[in-house]
Write a protein that binds this ligand. Structure first.
Ligand code: FAD
Length: 541
């Protein structure tokens, strides 16, 4: 065997670059399902199933190609590797097996993995086996790791907005040619519509009566599992019976055809409303107007370029407002690429970052949704049902609570990595540590995303049916988020006072009488002491 081509479970593009550029007569493709990847964190069954089903669908599609006879697919339960749950251990055993038969590979070839841990494991294994490792650039992304590092070099502040503008200029997305713009920068290509973003038109709550019939008439594409996927669901149920979350609502795209259908449905029926309501929440509406495309993107069933192009073309055809198309494109061309660049720039330190010295345990109800706080119950409940919550729930409900409660960033990151179907460390960790928890001290955000229950009240209807009142910070009806918000300001007063973007928040704190301040501290202490800590099973690897 010349090159052993390891196809990772989150790199399942139909036109896989390693297969395209290698020769099935000389090289061999390998897919490995590893139970250890499902227990590394206490993974939601839907997250496990998404990866396994997509891998098996990918393999099934290889049957009709020249790779049909030149690939090996190791299943979760393959008997000869049952004693080796870990991916690296399985890979070692396979390579040693081939070597023993005189068919050992001359190299291991892999697209850059999405996890630092796996990249390190592969390097260590190849050193141990004295096997050359060829790590190939992952061209799925529009900005390579080297280009991002170059962009970041020497910059005092790393801000997504500036990266995004640079990406717009490099790619020409939503730009108009020189000469058509006006004012500053005339002669250079200009952002269409005369502005880089239209946030002022976006970020609205739903109308008072809720999202209405319009939303129910335009549901996101959901996919009835076919026989192959149903078999995976059954296997996951049997193998991981104690894992948090259910499979009954499983309807995620796991093939290229499904992913394309999901993209088309979103652009033609939902994108127009995405912009205004991207920050809105409503009880019992798990998806809002969001795209639900992160899974297909992160498995590489969709290429970000085609997703961006579809949104831009819909605007150019006059089918969706510019504010919606731009708002959506910014998430992918801006945030997704930026977050990935930051991950590789800041690992491995990012995984240990704890700027705010937060050491409280994650409450056990994060794994059950069993809490009286209506917003958290809703966000965690739908997470356990679907393996999905939209961005603002992740940032400003579960993320907000864990920030204010001083929860250990490592425990929070493990939870996010476990429970979302789209969770892969390159995208999960910077969002958790950097965006939600300020654990990296504002390396790419200008302030902690701290807010009181009043924010949730403004952006959702959760507070209406909740036993807690967002306006009250102490007393039996005090909203724990409001209590914890004031206690957070109190705890970090000097740091927040020194930041122009949070100075006003702590100014309000300074107006509080000392007795009231002490009462807030005590209420926060009592609330936190009442939370049973989270305890995933001790036998997780
Ligand atoms: P939409 O709202 O429809 O957005 C469109 C696309 O933009 C998404 O599919 C996604 O690919 C991209 N996108 C939007 N925001 C971000 C962002 N902040 N970072 C990277 N890409 C973004 N996203 C993941 O894919 N995996 C994760 O594990 C993950 N963990 C997160 C944890 C926290 C604490 C936070 C605040 C955000 C996290 N995100 C993660 C980003 C974002 O919340 C999800 O991408 C989004 O909710 C997925 O739903 P959607 O496809 O309907 O997104």
């Amino acid at each position: 065997m010349r090159h052993l081509l390891l196809i990772l479970g989150d790199q399942l593009a139909t036109d896989h670059p390693l297969l395209r550029e290698h020769d099935p007569a000389l090289d061999h493709a390998l897919l490995i399902e590893a139970p250890g990847e499902a227990t590394h964190v206490w993974s939601h069954p839907a997250r496990i199933a998404v990866f396994i089903a997509a891998m098996r669908q990918f393999s099934a599609a290889l049957a009709g190609t020249p790779w049909a006879q030149a690939n090996t697919h190791v299943r979760l339960g393959d008997a000869h590797l049952a004693h080796l749950p870990g991916l690296i251990d399985r890979l070692r055993a396979l390579i040693e097996g081939w070597r023993a038969q005189g068919e050992g590979p001359a190299s291991l070839t892999v697209l850059e993995p999405g996890e630092w841990r796996l990249a390190q494991g592969l390097k260590a294994l190849c050193t141990e086996l004295n096997l050359p490792l060829r790590l190939i650039d992952d061209l799925h992304f529009l900005c390579s790791r080297a280009e991002f590092a170059q962009w970041a070099r020497g910059k005092h502040q790393l801000r997504m907005e500036f990266f995004y503008r640079w990406m717009r200029q490099r790619t020409g997305v939503l730009m108009e040619p020189a000469g058509q713009g006006s004012g500053e920068g005339k002669g250079q290509p200009q952002p269409v519509g005369g502005a880089w973003n239209f946030d002022a038109d976006n970020r609205q709550p739903f109308p008072k009566g809720g999202p209405g019939l319009e939303l129910s008439a335009a549901p996101p594409a959901r996919f009835e599992p076919d026989a192959l996927t149903r078999q995976v669901l059954q296997e996951v149920r049997e193998r991981f019976p104690d894992h948090p979350g259910g499979l009954d609502s499983f309807a995620w795209p796991v093939t290229r055809a499904q992913a394309l259908h999901a993209l088309h449905t979103f652009v033609s029926t939902r994108l127009a409303q995405f912009g205004p309501y991207q920050d809105a929440q409503w009880a019992g509406e798990p998806f809002g107007w969001h795209s639900l495309l992160s899974v297909a993107l992160n498995l590489h069933l969709l290429d970000p370029r085609e997703v961006i192009a579809a949104a831009e073309q819909a605007w150019r055809r006059g089918e969706v407002p510019l504010a919606s198309a731009e708002g959506f494109i910014r998430q992918i061309l801006g945030w997704r690429e930026f977050i990935r660049g930051m991950y590789w720039l800041d690992m491995p330190g990012l995984a240990q970052a704890n700027h705010l010295q937060a050491h409280n345990p994650l409450p056990a109800w994060f794994w059950t949704g069993d809490t009286d706080m209506a917003c958290l119950r809703d966000a965690i409940g739908q997470t356990l049902q679907h393996g999905y919550a939209h961005h603002i729930q992740r940032l400003m409900v579960t993320g907000l609570y864990t920030l204010l409660a001083g929860t250990s960033p490592q425990q929070v990151a493990d939870w996010y990595l476990a429970v979302y179907v789209d969770a892969i460390e390159w995208v999960e960790l910077p969002n958790v540590a950097g965006m939600a928890l300020y654990a990296n001290g504002g390396r790419f955000t200008s302030k902690p995303y701290a807010a009181s229950g009043a924010y949730i009240h403004r952006m959702s209807n959760h507070c209406q049916g909740c036993r807690y009142k967002p306006t009250e910070r102490t007393g039996p009806r005090a909203c724990p988020i409001t209590t914890l918000y004031w206690a957070f300001l109190d705890r970090h007063e000097s740091e927040l006072a020194g930041n122009p973007r949070t100075a006003l928040m702590v100014k309000h704190l300074s107006r509080m009488a000392p007795a009231e301040r002490e009462a807030v501290r005590e209420a926060a202490r009592v609330h936190l002491a009442a939370q049973a800590p989270h305890l995933p099973p001790s036998d997780l690897s």
